[in-house]
Design a protein around this ligand. Sequence first.
Ligand code: ADP
Length: 452
Amino acid sequence: MKLKTRIHVFTTLLMFIILAAVSIGVYFLFADMMYDRQAEQLRARGEELTVSLNELTPLDDRQQVVRAYTPPTGAILVADDKGKNLILADTDKRVRGFKPETDPDKPYTLTKVDGTTALTVSLPYIDPAGGVATIHVTQLSGDIEHNLSLLRWILIGILSVAMIAVFASSVALGRIVTLPIDRLTRTMRANREDGTYEKIEGQNGRDELYEMTLAYNDMMDRLGRNYEKQERFVSDASHELKTPITVIESYARLLKRRGFDDRAVADEAVGAILSEAVRMKMLTQQLLDLARSDKADSYKFERADVRVLAEEAVRPMRQTYNREFSIEGPDHAIAETDPEKLKQILFILLDNARKYSDGPVKVTIEDSGGPQLIVSVADHGSGIPEEARPHLFDRFYRVGSDRNRKTGGTGLGLALAKEISKGLGAELTAESVIGVGSVFRIGLPKEQGGGN
Ligand code: ADP
């Protein structure tokens, strides 16, 4: 069964059951009240009759008195304890001599007489001679039946109008609920068929359906971005790997053709093949790191001493290269970060400083007491031309003069550093003065969630 139909059927049926139960309850409550009132009146009449009968002198006409107390469209019967009728009076021939089967536990008895309900109240009576008798006061309840029938029709009318309203509102409810779901299904189907990542537009309000649309749109956004990333990764990888593969291939051919006879050619070819293979290895590693860099679960935050991390990043640089790498700043600088990722950024910046300058390289840690620590890597290299600075963090971007230099760069280092910074909630910026040198700054939040 469709969701819309289920909503219709369920709400309509439920409301019908509730309204019908309420109507039936109201009907019986009203009927009870009416019969109770009539019974009270008849009982009062019977009690007054008892008093009057007790006050009679022997000469008075008892029949006359009973007649005077007989209710309209009713009858009074006084019967002795053996069931013999003593006095009979009536104002309607339908109840003439009527004597119902009375139940002593019930305050009154209802009996059908000639198609009309007759209500009888019975009272005990002890006559002056000491005999025990019962007075049965009966009255036809035509008025009550008429009122009850009117009430029945009114309730049926109200129930019908209410059910029409309920049905209409359940149709509206069904639409409200299913419209966005239909839209979602249509969009999903179109996305599947066209291979697109379309989002759902035009959902207003702040309800659960709006939340569902937001969640869907967010998912589409992520899928779209991931797809783009993958596409980019594949095209970047194939494009960038083409050059080293071509170089390796042509040197291998050269080696095959002449290398075994000519030692110099063999040396050159093997050297080139080796350096291109190393570059390829670095390139693929960086490409993989880049592809993984925005995965939130790959970041493991903990409280770490940035000073210690800087020392750890600088140590292998000092050992490998014959250069001065210094660290300045407080002895301890604590931040909630991913130590390995922060070190990865520092390695990239230190390696660049080393590659693109000749003098000493300085790491500075600053803690101004704000929410961020500033970690900078400064060199005294040739600097970065102004027109190149906006592109520094683009993938595969290399400043013109460095393209041909044998620095072994891939153009991916800073793009990767920028991506990792984002994952750490940090800001990575660059400043450079031609002929003086460059400074790369990391604005690292001390606390995650409260940083920046
Ligand atoms: P790679 O170093 O592998 O070429 P990067 O993304 O790390 O790639 O750097 C991009 C480019 O930015 C480099 O090719 C270089 O031209 C320039 N660059 C990066 N760091 C510095 C620096 N400290 N001094 C001068 N130029 C730099």
